[in-house]
Design a protein around this ligand. Structure first.
Ligand SMILES: Cc1ncc(COP(=O)(O)O)c(C=O)c1O
Length: 313
């Protein structure tokens, strides 16, 4: 099974970088392997970040890596490299992907996974027999399609709760995503695109891999960080865009009913950018019409990316 998956990666021309060593697609089966004693496999004892590129340039890579440093501090993980090294290796991996025949103009998804390392089985750090391991994966962005902006997302509010900040803190982007993954699977089983997770008091926190916003009477709202969410790089960019555009934006707790009654709801993430939510729990948001603030913020986000990365198109 693992081998057949790796063969599909070979066809996609996936680039893997393990601890600074680039493994080309034809060597994936032999070389793109992690030990069964690795703590990411044994305990989900790992962190990760995802960025995407535009015309080959990653958006806010440094911000993602600074968040990874924060995640490491939240779980007492001693990273083996400084973020300058991770940044250099990610850029090197993107370049290796795009240097392949026919891939020069392809945009990519880039994931970095950092495991605490491998050694003897057991929680204690004295069992470690290696430093942190890092793996960078570069895949074509086309592998992660989203519904078109005009169609939007069809979401379910999960019965499963987002982790309490005093459990596996959602502020930490750890490799421990089983809670989110199970929410996604339940939603997908019922025909939804994805899920939103509430907290124990019924306040909406975020999606399985994205932040959430709603608009009511011209005011944008999104849950505050202390409800227990990831401090999304895109979320932060959108809040700043609201300030620049003079659109009132508040960080407030709200239950799912506020979303049912909203004028607009949209998701944000590095892969989704600004993506409207058209249906929630089988109810149409705003009669199924895309709202003007979502359109404005989507355009403003595109401009931001274009200007910051000095894109041609
Ligand atoms: C749980 C969760 N919330 C929000 C996000 C969005 O974060 P960003 O905008 O930094 O991609 C992600 C991204 O993977 C996520 O996993």
């Amino acid at each position: 099974m693992a081998f057949s998956k790796q063969l599909s990666a070979k066809k996609r021309k996936t680039i893997i970088n393990i601890n600074g060593k680039i493994i080309p697609p034809e060597k994936l089966i032999e070389q793109a392997n992690v030990s069964v004693f690795d703590r990411s496999f044994l305990y989900g004892d790992s962190l990760y970040e995802v960025v995407r590129t535009y015309e080959g340039k990653p958006f806010r890579l440094k911000e993602h890596l600074l968040r990874m440093e924060k995640s490491a501090a939240l779980c007492q993980m001693k990273l083996s490299q400084g973020i300058k090294v991770y940044e250099r290796e990610m850029l090197k991996s993107i370049a290796a992907y795009r240097a392949q025949p026919g891939k020069k103009n392809e945009d990519v998804y880039v994931r970095i996974v950092v495991s605490r390392g491998s050694g003897k089985i057991g929680f204690g750090l004295k069992n470690l027999e290696s430093e942190c391991l890092y793996v960078i994966m570069v895949e074509p962005i086309s592998m992660f399609p989203n519904p078109p902006f005009g169609k939007g997302l069809n979401l379910q509010v999960s019965k499963r709760l987002r982790n309490h900040p005093k459990a596996v803190d959602p502020a930490m982007k750890s490799g421990n995503y089983l809670n989110n993954l199970l929410s996604y699977l339940t939603a997908a089983d019922a025909g939804y695109d994805d899920a939103l997770l509430p907290d124990q008091q019924g306040f909406i926190t975020e999606g399985t891999t994205f932040n959430i916003f709603y608009v009511k009477r011209g005011i944008v709202a999104t849950p505050p960080l202390d409800v227990g969410i990831l401090d999304g790089v895109t979320r932060r960019a959108i809040i700043n865009l609201c300030v620049e555009l003079g659109i009132p934006c508040r960080e407030v707790r709200f239950p799912k009913e506020y979303l049912y009654e909203a004028d607009e709801v949209f998701a944000s993430s590095s892969l989704k950018e600004v993506l409207p939510v058209m249906n929630l729990d089988g109810k149409k948001i705003n009669g199924g019409k895309i709202g003007t603030i979502s359109v404005t913020l989507k355009a403003a986000f595109e401009d931001l990316v274009k200007n910051e990365l000095k894109l041609n198109k």
